[in-house]
Design a protein. Sequence first.
Length: 223
Amino acid sequence: MADAIREALKAAGGRLSRREIKDYIESHHANEWEPSTLTAHMYACAVNNPKAYIHHKNAQRFLFRKPDDTFELYDEQVHGPNVWAPLDVTTDNDGDDEAEQLLEASISLERDLEAHLVRDLGSIEPGLTFVDRQVSNDVGRVDVVAKDRDGTTVILELKVGEASDAAIGQIARYLGWYGRQGKVRGILIAADFPEQIKYAASAIPNLELRRFQVRFQFETVSL
């Protein structure tokens, strides 16, 4: 099935919708597989589907799912490095639930921090105004797009843990893409920045690093 999906995409010369892949399989490989087999492969083989790494640990990752639910063959040079695979996922069955909970908690925390950031862009830089969030483009999905006082586009990328090489590559792609349309600069926000990441960031023009801190407040609950 994986080979058949590759075959369909190569025959089309690039991108296909889910329906177009299904039609190709039915036309060229009639009755070879159950329909559910294709559905499972479209879910499990997508490089940018984080949950697939937990539910289908041994699947081939060769698809890249676009925001419009079309698919391409994954190419690191085109789509960027794989930043979707969890770094520390338990491999035994007993740890599946825990691993999925950790992954979902991480995603939830990132979204909560992103929402807080959008409400208070001035805490990052005075004069920043919100444009959009979770913006899809040809090279990925940007967390937050803003404008500064001079009208320059500002790309804000948020990571809940330490920044990684993948995060640097990711925001560099966004800066390159938006840079073709006008003035742009970037702000990478993370819990911390290892020394090697600081060196990498220093080589990218118009990129700033910001460290965030989470502060908890507590109140007494009446019984």
